[in-house]
Design a protein around this ligand. Structure first.
Ligand code: C2O
Ligand code: CU
Ligand code: CU
Length: 420
């Protein structure tokens, strides 16, 4: 593991981008007009970040999926006023993964993310360094942030006008902040690091040919081995890393990733260039839910309920003054999360916990599918479903847990846990 110290400066700022033809959209971004840089951390390294708020409103800097002390986590308690700066410091203690960062001010998270505040974080470690997987950034290791948005006639992201209490669903897909993207690839294995950065929309990624690919990582790390799949579904804030082997597909004309409804998510432009073929490692990680974790009694119950503005957790809305749970640092507990149906049947809530990664023990009493047998920080809970997770916090502090439909979060579908 690394022992370096690296310092970054991350500014939240306003921007202007020609996203649509001939129109200039007012946006928000980190160190730029829209979205943010990909921060590349190494396990073991100490990271200092100078966070600067250059917006005309309060914001926070939240590191989604990163195991950091509560005070560095950037939840709604740590707001920066316009013009304010704050330096945070933490050590990277977790394994290789694709994480992200975004703002978290109370009641304003959805709008700020919608307008463009989001960036990626890669963690690399000694395991990822030795694995045989595509690693050439931008060539065969591609960051992909999928977000749906609505532009008004002037090309603006008028959040207030389109905001929906159950989560704002857009009619225009942005991939890494662009419309109508095309990804050029060679005939080789290409690793796609997928982030669903939408406020509320779920995506199911599949090839338009129906051919399979492998998933190699979940939110918080590698799966034990590549899992062959025909599709992967991500709810807001979930990530997956997949590898598509373009040298093995039947035809590479008109190839694209499509969504459940057949709409195009990402077309590929496959060159005839045959790149050196690589054999993906068959063993990627050592992840396991232990017998002890499987047999542990449930010590926390979380009930998700509602829709629109009537969303709540355990019958309550978020109260910044109230600590809902406590847990001891370094002690594993099993939580049961239940998505209680309503008369309308209910909806999927992507449930997220700050400051740590957890393991799925079971979904309705059944062991999770292979592609969920890895570290997670967000999990889709289906209506009526009960999910058990084993969770431990490495650090102390106050952390949020919430639905990652950002409008649900802003409507109070959030609670707090204090780790002591
Ligand atoms: Cu993506 Cu409260 O976080
Ligand atoms: Cu988070
Ligand atoms: Cu929700």
């Amino acid at each position: 593991d690394a022992t370096d110290r690296t310092e970054y400066t991350i500014k939240a700022q306003t921007g202007k981008v020609d996203i649509l033809d001939g129109m200039t959209t007012e946006t928000l971004g980190y160190n730029g007009d829209l979205l943010g840089p990909v921060l590349q951390f190494k396990k073991g390294e100490t990271i200092k970040i100078n966070t600067i708020n250059e917006l005309d409103q309060e914001t926070t800097f939240h590191w989604h999926g990163l195991e950091v002390p509560g005070e560095a986590d950037g939840g709604p308690h740590t707001t920066l006023s316009p013009g304010e700066k704050e330096q945070i410091e933490f050590k990277v203690t977790q394994e290789a993964a694709t994480l992200w960062f975004h703002p978290h001010p109370e009641g304003k998270t959805s709008e700020q993310v919608y307008k463009g505040l989001a960036g990626l974080i890669y963690i690399e470690d000694s395991n990822s360094a030795k694995l045989e997987i595509p690693k050439e950034y931008g060539k065969n290791d591609i960051p992909l942030v999928f977000q749906d948005r609505i532009f008004d006639e002037q090309g603006q992201l008028d959040y207030k006008a389109v905001m929906n209490e159950d989560g704002t669903i857009g009619d225009t897909l942005l991939v890494n902040g662009t419309v109508n993207p095309v990804l050029p690839v060679e005939k080789e294995q290409v690793r796609l690091r997928l982030l669903n950065g939408s406020n509320a929309r779920n995506f199911t990624f599949k090839l338009n040919t129906g051919e399979s690919f492998v998933q190699i990582a979940t939110d918080g790390g590698f799966l034990n081995e590549p899992v062959t799949l025909n599709e992967v579904t991500l709810t807001p804030s979930e990530r997956a890393e997949i590898i598509i082997d373009f040298s093995q597909l039947n035809s590479t004309n008109d190839l694209s990733l499509i969504n459940e409804d057949g709409s195009i998510l990402l077309p590929f432009d496959v060159s005839n260039q045959e790149a050196d073929s690589l054999k993906t490692s068959e063993k990627l990680n050592d992840f396991a839910v232990t017998d002890e974790e499987e047999n542990m009694p449930v010590t926390k119950n979380i009930e998700l309920f509602g829709m629109m503005e009537h969303v709540e957790i355990n019958g309550k809305k978020f109260d910044p003054e109230r600590i809902d749970f406590t847990q001891e640092q370094g002690v594993t507990e099993v939580w049961e999360i239940y998505n209680k149906k309503d008369m309308m049947g209910g909806m999927i809530h992507p449930f997220h916990i700050h400051g740590t990664q957890f393991k799925i023990v079971s979904r309705d009493g059944v062991e999770p599918k292979e592609y969920e047998q890895g570290w997670k920080d967000t999990i889709a809970i289906h209506p009526g479903e009960k999910v058990k997770i084993a969770i431990q916090f490495k650090h102390k502090g106050v952390y949020m847990f919430h639905c990652h439909i950002l409008e649900h979060e802003d409507n109070g579908m959030m609670g707090q846990i204090e780790v002591k």
